[in-house]
Design a protein around this ligand. Structure first.
Ligand code: GAL
Length: 336
């Protein structure tokens, strides 16, 4: 008799447990090169923990709002969200509050005032200013680390670095901070920078490819460096610069010898697979790794902790202000 009661109790308890079919992961746009790799890492890390469902917002907040609405119900205790418009998260937060769901935002950072609306919100990301400081230090390495005597890459010997900046999406925290801080960091370190132009190419390789010819026609004579807010745009510029023979593998050995073959310094940010290849082949000078490995790990770990109702005080990644997990960037070039 006792046994039967135990079995009934176990059955009743398991019936009360919410059945989590799959945790939804909303990506702002699966055409974004960095996000595509990032999403694959989230999926890889989730293996053995829980299933994930990828939902592509196609770069439209209207589409993404509808998608998120479909998942804002009791079946989904955690939603992992890379918002299309980081300024438009208010409504989703208010809805999550009503059903007690957790929202883990990543890569596109909501405003602090939105993050303060509810205690079950998290943001996992990286400090854009850090990426710009590291990118500035790549530039310093490139020009010989002495602002008083720039090396041969100061083509005209005027001790000023003439540059064009390829900027990501306007209003994105990374595009704004990277553009501003890379300039400031170089100035603070004693370098004189002349920004010939800032070209907005929306993080996108094809867009940068399409815009490169015209800025090169304007500035090619003077240009000594291209600073790109991300790798995809740097690679797009490189595609065009190869066509224009600004980069030329004269001996056709598959890589550029920077001292003897035509080359133009260019730096990126992200560390996507294609850019690592480009660095190895001598085209891209260097990049700053936007550590999606650790971000993906911590997103999955955090989801797990929430699902298991574990104490976040013991969470393996530091959580700032009860909400933010910050992952550091790292410098990467052949010199590193
Ligand atoms: C940045 C990344 C860009 C782009 C953007 C999307 O952190 O550097 O390449 O993916 O996120 O939000």
């Amino acid at each position: 008799m006792k046994k039967i009661w135990i079995i009934i109790m176990v059955l009743l308890l398991s019936a009360c447990e919410p059945v989590i079919t799959s945790i939804p992961v909303f990506i702002y746009d699966m055409n974004d090169a960095y996000m595509t790799e990032f999403e694959a890492k989230i999926r890889a890390n989730a293996l053995g923990h829980f299933n994930v469902t990828r939902i592509d917002g196609q770069n439209s907040q209207i589409i993404q709002n509808e998608q998120i609405d479909n998942y804002l119900n009791e079946d989904y205790p955690v939603l992992i969200i890379n918002p299309v418009d980081r300024l438009s998260v208010y409504a989703m937060i208010e809805k999550a509050k009503q059903i007690d769901a957790h929202l883990i935002f990543f890569n596109r950072e909501p405003l602090a005032e939105d993050m303060a609306l509810y205690d079950k919100l998290f943001y996992i990301g990286a400090d854009a200013a850090e990426s710009a400081e590291l990118q500035a230090s790549l530039v310093m390495d490139l020009f010989g680390n002495d602002p008083e005597t720039l090396n041969q890459f100061d083509k005209n010997g005027d001790k000023i670095i003439q540059t064009v900046i390829l900027k990501g999406e306007q209003g994105h925290q990374d595009a704004e901070a990277r553009t501003k801080v890379v300039i400031e960091s170089l100035k603070e370190a004693g370098y004189t920078l002349e920004v010939l132009d800032i070209i907005i190419a929306n993080w996108d390789r094809n867009t940068a490819y399409g815009l490169t010819q015209s800025f090169m026609e304007m500035y090619q004579e003077d240009l000594e460096l291209i600073i790109s807010n991300n790798d995809a745009m740097a690679l797009g510029a490189i595609d065009k610069l190869k066509e224009m023979k600004v980069f030329l593998d004269v001996n056709q050995d598959g890589s550029i010898d920077r001292d003897n073959e035509p080359w133009l310094p260019i730096v990126g940010i992200d560390g996507i697979a294609a850019s690592l290849e480009s660095i190895k082949q001598g085209y891209l000078y260097g990049t700053i790794v936007n550590d999606s490995d650790n971000m993906a790990k911590s997103i999955i770990e955090l989801t797990d902790w929430i699902l298991q109702d574990k104490d976040l005080a013991d969470f393996p990644y530091p959580i700032t202000d009860d909400k933010y997990v910050w992952i550091h960037y790292q410098k990467l070039s052949l010199e590193e």
